[in-house]
Design a binder for this molecule. Structure first.
Ligand code: 48H
Length: 259
């Protein structure tokens, strides 16, 4: 056993994939459930897809289930998606299905990687790249450890044909676009409208409509879609996240195919 061979193997393989991720079709900010589903479908459709996740572990809010009980609930449409992934569900009451949060997120993450999506953890998006017509054309990255420790270290950049903001409750990429460019988003006010209080039925319905290209080259999905468009949160029901991620990948495909 040679320790240096182990170290070379890790370093060389990482940088090969990182270099390949610098020019992609789809760059996704956030490896929560919506971002991972978007990554799975984008990669499955043949798009060169990369996900950057700030935390050590992927999964966002899913492993925490409801109040740290690692279970999630989905409705009929969500269950169909879990069926496709081979995630086991059990009907609790008519129209309410329960799944193990850890089985769900680990399966989706594994399938996204197997479909060809590259997921880089411990990397934070701190800015966007902008070109002609003010379209978002890429993401600006740094190690999360750099931002957490407030070190003054300049970032690196990836170019993407489409960017997906799947950063959850904050909608971080949209905030950057609004604050740095003074830009108007395709929301009712043109601003990041902020998430509304819990209303599961409306939250789950509106998240699908809110999943859209909110700015040229920038799609919002998952909780970020509701936060940006001023729709309610929905608690630990996750069907909307899954459907939103799937829709985001479809929208990305239509943008990528237009060139
Ligand atoms: C890199 C980043 C950055 C950044 C954030 O919060 P998530 O799980 O998001 P969704 O939309 O896939 O799922 C939402 C769901 O988990 C949830 O919170 C629900 C259903 N809430 C309902 C309610 O009522 O509370 O994942 C977002 C991911 C996280 O892993 C972040 O670490 C990551 O994005 N992230 N990664 N650069 N700037 N910002």
């Amino acid at each position: 056993m040679d320790e240096v061979t182990i170290s070379r193997a890790i370093t060389e393989s990482f940088f090969k994939e990182f270099m390949a991720a610098m020019e992609v079709d789809v760059a996704i900010a956030g490896a929560g459930p919506s971002g991972l589903i978007a990554a799975y479908h984008a990669a499955k459709e043949g798009m060169n897809t990369v996900v950057f996740e700030r935390e050590l572990r992927p999964g966002g809010g899913m492993p925490g289930g409801g109040m740290m009980f690692p279970r999630i609930v989905v409705q009929d449409e969500g269950r169909e998606i879990l069926d496709e992934f081979g995630v086991r569900t059990r009907e609790y009451e008519r129209g309410y299905y329960i799944a193990d949060a850890l089985e769900t997120i680990s399966t989706i993450c594994s399938q996204a990687i197997k479909a060809g999506a590259k997921i880089f953890n411990l990397i934070s998006i701190e800015d966007v790249m902008i070109r002609e017509g003010d379209a978002v054309t890429g993401l600006v990255l740094n190690w999360s450890a750099v931002s957490w420790s407030k070190l003054h270290v300049d970032p690196l950049t990836v170019r993407s044909k489409v960017t997906i903001d799947a950063t959850g409750h904050v909608g971080e990429i949209c905030h950057i676009v609004v604050h740095k460019l003074g830009a108007k988003l395709r929301t009712q006010t043109g601003e990041v409208m902020g998430e509304k209080p819990m209303w599961a039925e409306r939250g789950e319905k509106e998240i699908i409509e809110n999943t859209k290209e909110v700015y040229p080259g920038l799609i919002i999905c998952g909780m970020a879609a509701n936060a940006v468009c001023g729709s309610p949160r929905m608690g630990a029901i996750f069907g909307g996240m899954l459907l939103s991620g799937k829709k985001a990948a479809k929208l990305a495909q239509s943008i990528v195919s237009k060139g």
